[in-house]
Design a protein around this ligand. Sequence first.
Ligand code: F0G
Length: 351
Amino acid sequence: THQWRGIIEEYRDRLPVSDTTPVVTLREGGTPLVPAQVLSERTGCEVHLKVEGANPTGSFKDRGMTMAISKAKEEGAKAVICASTGNTSASAAAYGVRAGMVSAVLVPQGKIALGKMGQALVHGAKILQVDGNFDDCLTLARALSDNYPVALVNSVNPVRIEGQKTAAFEIVDMLGDAPDIHVLPVGNAGNITAYWKGYKEYAADGVSTRTPRMWGFQASGSAPIVRGEVVKDPSTIATAIRIGNPASWDFALAARDESGGAIDEVTDREILRAYRLLASQEGVFVEPASAASVAGLLKAAEQGKVDPGQKIVCTVTGNGLKDPDWAVAGAPQPVTVPVDAATAAERLGLV
Ligand code: F0G
């Protein structure tokens, strides 16, 4: 009878909600913090994975969306809109259903994973594929919310950040204090902003004794913060973080600098290597963008930038089932056998 109630009820006193806020929830949050054995061995550290793919729609976006949709409902909105590389739209679509609202989603044409498109479709969102990239979608979403009766639920909406900061609370609640280093993928830079806010709040209130260094990783083809300039035509196989002009750019720089952290890049090859390692050696199936955090940690370790003995948390942001193409690509085709135990045993190498 005691199930996790969702982030608003679990952290109500730390969120901008009141007794009259209608709570729209799918009981998001409360995700597993999984000890990573192979990553710990490779780095000489105590590495944990915060598995955000275990959220109701399969990504961390649900933490922000329960807040954004609840507040939009409180304010009387009948419709919400977002730009998305796929996960925000999947989440907005699902929470929109719970709230009885229309969800409109703008996605870059041909550049979102099939599973995410399927989620928006099955939840009945109004989908427009935009002839442009994510940054163009966000420009359009802002223009629509400025001029028409529709509430913007991208992470430029500050209540999204409020919801997402709860992941940092959960980590401190589990570990008993903040880790030494927190690693995560960076796209539009909302999540690094949110974690940093959460860690700072807990430290300020004495719940933790310290804050971690924040390490963010962008994909090399989409690394505007690393380059220090907007990337006009971002590219990467990690479509979730294919973003050339992050909305929370300045907040990401603040998180990096205030925490004594770093924002670096990882190549698609490094991302795929980490993606396969997580699946085949840790038993955790994530989508490619999520593996950017782990790719970054491995890269830093190889560069000698990771002192042994530290506590490190890597957020893996989304579920591997959303974008299974990369799991199947290059893998051997399964063998077909007749209904015959001897043949099956032989093919399985059991004899
Ligand atoms: N990982 C995944 C799986 C994501 O979907 C995103 C962002 C990120 C990491 C990066 O987080 O933008 O806060 O820095 N996805 C957004 C979307 C852009 O539309 O679903 P960020």
